[in-house]
Write a new protein. Structure first.
Length: 219
């Protein structure tokens, strides 16, 4: 599923972020209402788009690209890049909120709606959770109802251009109403499950639910 050899995550970066979780860095103690407050508590607006990863940026060529959607589904799906691009496309504008503090407004995306992919695989009635698996060995988890939202997409364009390798191209997950660590870059596999499976940051002190307006940074 992942690149072989799978590079070890940057130990110093991981240790720093684990310490932030222990310290409760950036917590204001005030929840906010997304309908009134566009900027979640403790966040700072940026104009550029920072790059965050575990220390490797896998090269996923069009030939290597494959997206599997499997687990608790009636019709597992495995798509090459051409088949993925041939699916109905959706344009969307949304904000990004990273737990390390930055937010970026009005990102223009193009991709395939999560709801369209879910309709194709037909989740079993017992499916409650989604686990994303990426080419760099990264994993992250959300509830199925958090993924099955109109603004959740598998994106391949940002601002009218292909998403570059640093930002998880050719195809990454985008779930704009959760902290950005839930949006897996270099996506390889989407696993549906009856059971929750906390991912890379979720087992290292980061919140399972990750709602920025509730300051669900750590937990
Ligand atoms: N595969 C993969 N996806 C990932 C990560 C990662 O290290 N590997 N980092 C996460 C984190 S912590 C953040 S903040 C965002 C950063 O996305 P960006 O580099 O495009 O800003 O990607 C998320 N998705
Ligand atoms: Mo992050």
């Amino acid at each position: 599923m992942t690149d072989d050899p799978n590079p070890a995550p940057n130990a110093k970066l991981v240790a720093t972020k684990e310490k932030w979780a222990r310290d409760g860095r950036l917590l204001t103690g005030h929840a906010a209402d997304p309908a009134r407050d566009r900027l979640p508590p403790g966040q700072t607006l940026v104009r550029d788009w920072p790059v965050l990863d575990l220390g490797s940026q896998p090269e996923v060529t069009p030939q290597r690209f494959r997206l599997d959607i499997d687990g608790a589904v009636r019709r597992p799906l495995s798509l090459g890049l051409d088949a993925f691009m041939a699916l109905p496309q959706q344009d969307s504008v949304s904000d990004m909120h990273c737990v390390t503090q930055w937010s970026r407004y009005d990102n223009r995306w193009r991709g395939v709606a999560a709801s369209a992919l879910l309709a194709m695989v037909e989740p079993l009635s017992s499916a409650r959770h989604v686990i994303f698996h990426s080419h760099d060995g990264y994993t992250t988890n959300v509830r199925l109802d958090q993924f099955d939202q109109p603004d959740a997409l598998l994106v391949h364009q940002w601002d009218g251009k292909p998403i570059d390798r640093r930002h998880g191209g050719p195809v990454r997950v985008l779930i704009p109403r959760l902290y950005l660590w839930k949006s897996a870059k270099w996506i390889r596999r989407i696993e549906l499950s009856d059971r929750d499976k906390p991912g890379f940051w979720e087992v290292r002190g980061y919140h399972n639910n990750a709602d920025p307006w509730q300051e669900e940074r750590y937990g």
